[in-house]
Design a protein around this ligand. Structure first.
Ligand code: ADP
Ligand code: MG
Length: 485
């Protein structure tokens, strides 16, 4: 089992056979080496010939000879023997003509392509039925990594049902809900699930905007017939955000015909919008088509679901993050899931760039920054800027003063003007409720009033809140501003 440098080469066997054999050997070697090393050292190599049990391997450069002898000889021989056990030894020969000679050596870059990262099993790419233009489905969106809660249970179940029987009884499937609540995720997740089970299916995901542009382009280039033919070959048509079809009569018309053709062919159509079908500003005939199948809404998830989503996303981004921090984000996000994810992504970036572990404090900073940035697409105003901190009684006074446009001085002073009376009573009520101040102490703050006066004032507000919805709203607004609800 020795290897040596050969100076005489036997008559080359059929080139094809050599190439095939070398490819097989390389396939055994490749998984055992780092990709960069494999490409560097095995580029332009080849099997040059065979003399009974001896395999002659050609190298393009003299300098690679000693390297191969030293590092890859044992590995290469083992790989060769796995492919053909009659091989007993290998010898190397330098052959400058191998350089970039595609006929004699294997094109490594083409044959051994870099594995795609985060690739899901099954086919991900959308087949283009004669050039149907679609966005590639995002493999990140799956039905499995979609967190289910009361806010989206029906929608998620409907997607599962469609994924297991496209074109079945939930056709079309219509999902609706506000921005950032998971519609696109569900749509693409369903497309991905269908493709995994039926790799040959033509699944097309398109935004309404893309679809509209395609219609305009087809009209402009007078290729309407072609456009129609293309779309009729689709097995699953997914159209996102159909509310944008409003005021686009021609696109609505084309979509209507496409929809009918696919529907009659029992092909699945999946749609999303920001509102239910009957509220869309679209032609009645389209709306009635949308209402034929299954309609499900997605709404804002409850706290537990928000937390579960955060846990899942943190896992996806491999971010080690304290549970209390996730809880803090879940608690303070009140708008949509995209916002939730945005905060987490910023935390990931901070962690990667500055090695800063996310803390409640750094999250508050992020929230504040996101809120202030005038360039953010959708102004995420839904979360509170401060962590929940118990307000001081001074905060309460200032807040009430701002809200009712009365001065703090007047509120705590002796004046009995009507406009000041209610704000004063509310301030007392809030001080009692949220600052846990005693009636006596409150009396002192309010210019030495008797504690029974304060007690009466608090009682009055409490009572009025039961019967006066306007007052109730005002107190709630104040409490919200103080961050105590
Ligand atoms: P929409 O299309 O309704 O505006 P998206 O589908 O784009 O919303 O969702 C916004 C982001 O929130 C996406 O990154 C999505 O993955 C995530 N998301 C929303 N809901 C969930 C959920 N229930 N589980 C996991 N991720 C979710
Ligand atoms: Mg969307």
């Amino acid at each position: 089992m020795t290897s040596s440098v050969s100076s005489s080469v036997a008559a080359p066997p059929d080139q094809r056979v050599s190439l095939d054999l070398w490819l097989k050997i390389l396939e055994h070697i490749e998984p055992k080496l780092q990709r960069s090393l494999f490409i560097t050292w095995f580029k332009d190599t080849a099997v040059l010939g065979r003399e009974e049990g001896t395999l002659i391997i050609g190298l393009p450069l003299p300098m690679s000879l000693s390297w191969h002898m030293e590092h890859y000889r044992v590995l290469t021989l083992a790989a060769a023997r796995e492919c053909d056990p009659t091989i007993e030894k290998i010898v190397y020969k330098v052959d400058g003509s191998l350089k970039d000679n595609r006929e004699r050596s294997v094109d490594l870059l083409e044959r051994f392509q870099e594995p795609k990262k985060r690739k899901l099993p099954g086919k991900q790419e959308v087949k283009m039925a004669e050039g149907v233009i679609s966005k590639i489905l995002n493999p990140r969106y799956t039905l499995e990594n979609f967190i289910v809660g009361a806010s989206n249970r029906l929608a998620q179940a409907a997607c599962h049902a469609v994924a297991s029987a496209p074109g079945g009884k939930y056709n079309p499937l219509f999902l609706y809900g506000g921005v950032g609540l998971g519609k696109t995720h569900l749509l693409q997740g369903t497309g991905n699930a269908i493709l995994r089970q039926m790799p040959k299916a033509v699944v097309v995901y398109t935004t309404t905007e893309d679809f509209t542009n395609q219609v305009i382009e087809a009209i402009r280039t007078q290729k309407m017939e072609h456009f129609r033919r293309r779309y009729r070959q689709v097995d699953v048509l997914i159209i996102d955000d159909v509310q944008f079809l409003a005021n686009k009569e021609r696109t609505q018309e084309e979509f209507f015909h496409t929809f009918n053709a696919l529907y009659e062919d029992r092909k699945q159509v999946i749609l999303s919008a920001d509102r239910p079908p009957q509220e869309l500003q679209l032609e009645d005939r389209l709306i009635s088509r949308f209402e034929r199948g299954m309609i499900a809404d997605v709404s804002f998830p409850d706290y537990e679901t928000r937390l579960a989503i955060l846990v899942e996303k943190a896992k996806e981004y491999e971010l080690l993050i304290d549970m209390t921090v996730l809880q803090f984000i879940a608690e303070h996000t009140t708008r949509n899931v995209r916002e939730l994810e945005g905060i987490l992504m910023q935390a990931v970036a901070q962690y990667e760039l500055e090695q800063r572990m996310p803390t409640v404090r750094s999250i508050v900073e992020i929230m504040r920054k996101l809120n202030k940035d005038p360039h953010v697409e959708e102004q995420p105003v839904g979360f509170e800027l401060q962590p929940k901190r118990q307000p001081t009684f001074q905060d309460v006074l200032e807040c009430v003063s701002r809200y009712y446009s009365v001065s703090v001085q007047d509120m705590i002073g002796p004046s009995r003007v009507r406009e000041i009376l209610v704000p004063r009573q509310i301030a007392m009520f809030l001080g009692k409720k949220h600052n846990r101040m005693s009636y006596v102490r409150l009396g002192e703050v309010f210019s030495g009033r008797d504690h029974t006066t304060v007690m009466n004032a608090c009682g009055k507000i409490e009572e009025k809140m039961q019967n006066d919805p306007q007052l109730l709203r005002e107190v709630r607004a104040l409490e919200q501003e103080l961050g105590v609800v």
